[in-house]
Design a binder for this molecule. Structure first.
Ligand SMILES: Cc1cc2nc3c(=O)[nH]c(=O)nc-3n(C[C@H](O)[C@H](O)[C@H](O)COP(=O)(O)O)c2cc1C
Length: 194
């Protein structure tokens, strides 16, 4: 089973990063490794809406998305981890998602969705927001849901934590770390196709 994760926070050892590490520990219990993409450190140009993928489902811009496209196709489990920024996902996460417009063309125009392997394709969304405003989670979850659907991940679980603002503050919320660990374990234990 191939598991990949996207870290959408620019803060090293920040709240999202720490939560994602717990998910990875949970996945590791099954002896699996997680291929992680630290989006902030990658060269990912914003989508230019150039139409270059319209007829082929392949992006014509070549940067670090080339590696991501390959991994998204091969993955059985996909984790997206982002802080809530301006009531949505971070720009780092959103830039990566927008570049998945080529998967949208492939799925909906060319009618060739990414095929699931024998484990099916499942998603996990991690969100951390500094404010206690649920609308941030709702907006981010809607965006992430569209991403997962586009890359043929029909279902995802969301773990969200609000009121966590300062760097590392999530460590004072032990339940969140345990929940993330358990979510990682569960993510890879769903072995049956849906
Ligand atoms: C640019 C920016 C925008 C933010 N917008 C929101 C927001 O709309 N809602 C919210 O709950 N928190 C917001 N926050 C606070 C972060 O979500 C919060 O600090 C979070 O813990 C950061 O997670 P990290 O440590 O993983 O980066 C914002 C922070 C920044 C830097």
């Amino acid at each position: 089973m191939k598991v990949i994760a996207f870290l959408g926070s620019p803060r090293k050892d920040g709240n999202t990063d720490l939560l994602l590490k717990e998910v990875m520990r949970g996945v590791n219990v099954s002896g699996l490794e997680v291929e992680t993409f630290d989006l902030n450190s990658m060269d990912i140009q914003p989508c230019q809406d150039c139409g270059g993928c319209d007829d082929t489902g392949t992006c014509i811009v070549h940067d670090d998305m080339d590696r991501i496209y390959h991994s998204i196709r091969a993955a059985d489990r996909i984790v997206l981890a982002s802080p809530v920024f301006f009531f949505s996902l971070s720009a780092q996460a959103k830039a990566m998602i927008d570049r998945c417009q080529c998967f949208w063309c492939e799925k909906y125009v060319l009618k060739k969705p990414v095929q699931a392997g024998k484990f099916g394709r499942k998603g996990l969304l991690l969100l951390v927001g500094g404010m206690k405003k649920e609308v941030g989670v709702q907006c981010a979850d809607t965006c992430a849901g569209a991403f997962f659907k586009t890359i043929s991940v029909p279902e995802h679980v969301t773990l969200s934590y609000l009121g966590i603002d300062k760097k590392g503050e999530i460590l004072k919320h032990p339940a969140s770390l345990k929940e993330a660990f358990e979510a990682g374990k569960k993510l890879v234990s769903w072995s049956a196709p849906y």
